[in-house]
Design a protein around this ligand. Sequence first.
Ligand code: PAF
Length: 279
Amino acid sequence: MQLNLVKNIEGLQQALAGLKTQGSVGFVPTMGALHAGHASLIKRASERSKNVVVSVFVNPIQFGPNEDFAKYPKMLEKDMETAKAAGASLIYAPSAGDIYPEGFSTSISAGDMSKILDGAFRPGHFDGVATVVAKLLLRVLPQVVVFGEKDYQQLCVIRRVVRDLDLPVEIIAAPTMRETGGLAMSSRNAYLTPEERKTAPEIYITLRETAKRIKAGVPHRHATAEGVDKLSSMGFKVDYLELRDAATLDLIESLERPARLLVAAWLGSTRLIDNIVIG
Ligand code: PAF
């Protein structure tokens, strides 16, 4: 499969006109630094579509002022190899000016869901995500778009935006890919020191232990508090470890409805997030 690269909306529209004559288009939005987790999203999209478009854009408006925008890893050539091997046909790697031309001033907010959990620690983050994803979807107009469950709150926010704004696309959620030991694959894992890499899988181990205890009947606030203590004793600084409704992300008291256990914690200067399904 041939892989083409376009860097602006005109190139994208020209390439898409050709691809759309061949059949359906799937889309995988990314910020680059592609790893096996992204490759699995591209493969998933290609199972459902004739051609897959991958965007590579480190979206400035989803980063807070003291976050890692400037140091976010950039490696377009390697990304093209990964995307090609996974079955993509087109990479769209726009500049910030192509996405946000001078005078751009509109923002999408997904309401309360974007202000809890990660949104409470990263104000404005999900508005930035929702805005760029809406723009990208309207530019690509794919039949399906694939998001990883690793960024579970992002997936829920985007589902809400797509539903509320009637965006004509089917969202596919793909399971989290994990390294040996269980650490969720993430471009940000590249920031971890060799020593931190040894400790990092504890975040997943703790999620699983906590889920097991909740399912065994331990009150969830008790089980999550113990999980936080355990991670803290290992050197993590925990932002949250919480049980939430799997669809609305509302706080829940029992496992009557499908639930997710979500965690965010710092290890040194790296912020890790993860989640698992319960029930
Ligand atoms: O998950 C990501 O990589 C980003 O948040 C996304 C969806 C590409 C929007 O910038």
